[in-house]
Design a protein around this ligand. Structure first.
Ligand SMILES: [Zn+2]
Length: 291
């Protein structure tokens, strides 16, 4: 009896050991990895949860132990998840580290000399990321390479349909000017030919300088921008300062899906919700100027 239970434990340990332990940094990346590994491995471990900032996260002990036992880690790269740079460097000899910003066929935009790291907000890039995820997993776990590839193909088809759907959603608001607080939406804006006229915070800076703020307010007034987009969990103070005296509305965009359930559908929910936020704010007629 005891011996059988022991054998059972050993068998469970072995079957878990057959597929690699996977860690993913942010929810959109985790979602694409979950899609590629669906039905093959256990759920990947997600590091950045809830309202935590992907640019600066304090690792918890559970995160550190997940990283320590990981066989493969997926992240965007040091320009995005700065907090991971050092832990991953320490891990590099034991685990495969995949920086998706370097994946082939990812279209990268320059921002102040470096690459803008918010690459996942273009479904074309998500497809390239999915291919890179499947390729890395196939090397780490060659027995399942055919299954990773089959999942990646299916996911690619789903991403194509998502892309077409978002393009259709946004078609009526393509020329409508808007301003963003966090300069994270250039990939999304370019993909769907939207009309961003200014961004308040450039790069990882949270608080823009006074001179830049004056320029942003000027751009907003001159272009008649209808919307200023801020993000969940951020104070409204800065947004209110920028729109004061104009007819622009304040609306929310959420690039990492702070309150969305992690999993293979999360990426699609994040992107659909973003398209709806853009559309809902930009289609409505200008509000009355706020005093
Ligand atoms: Zn950002």
């Amino acid at each position: 009896m005891v011996f059988c239970a022991f054998l059972g434990l050993v068998a469970a340990g072995l079957s878990r050991a057959e597929t690699p332990k996977i860690v993913a940094s942010i929810k959109p990346v985790h979602s694409l990895v979950a899609g590629v590994t669906d039905g093959i491995t256990g759920a990947p471990y997600l590091l950045v949860r809830g309202y935590a900032s992907p640019h600066a996260l304090a690792l918890r002990p559970s995160d550190a132990s997940a990283l320590a036992s990981a066989k493969i880690v997926f992240w965007i790269g040091p320009a995005m998840e700065r907090f991971l740079e050092r832990p991953l460097a320490a891990l590099a000899t034991r685990a495969r580290i995949v920086a998706l910003i370097e994946a082939s066929r990812v279209r990268r935009l320059r921002s102040a000399g470096a690459y803008d790291p918010h690459i996942w907000l273009d479904p074309g890039n998500a497809k390239a990321m999915v291919r890179a995820i499947a390729a890395a997993l196939s090397v780490a776990d060659p027995n399942n390479s055919g299954r990773y590839r089959a999942n990646a193909d299916r996911l690619g088809g789903r991403l194509n349909r998502l892309d077409a759907e978002i393009a259709q959603t946004l078609e009526p608001v393509r020329s409508a000017p808007y301003v963003v607080l966090h300069d994270a939406y250039r990939y999304f804006g370019q993909r769907y030919r939207l009309n961003q006229v200014a961004a308040a915070s450039v790069g990882s800076q949270d608080r823009p300088g006074a001179r830049h703020l004056i320029q942003v307010r000027k751009r907003l007034r001159q272009t008649g921008a209808r919307c200023l987009f801020h993000e969940p969990g951020k104070s409204l103070g800065l947004a209110n300062t920028i729109v004061r005296g104009t007819s622009a509305r304040i609306a929310v965009l959420d690039p990492i899906g702070v309150d969305i359930k992690p999993g293979r559908d999360a990426y699609f929910t994040i992107m659909r919700r973003m398209a709806r936020s853009f559309k809902n704010c930009l289609v409505s007629p200008p509000a009355r100027p706020k005093p």
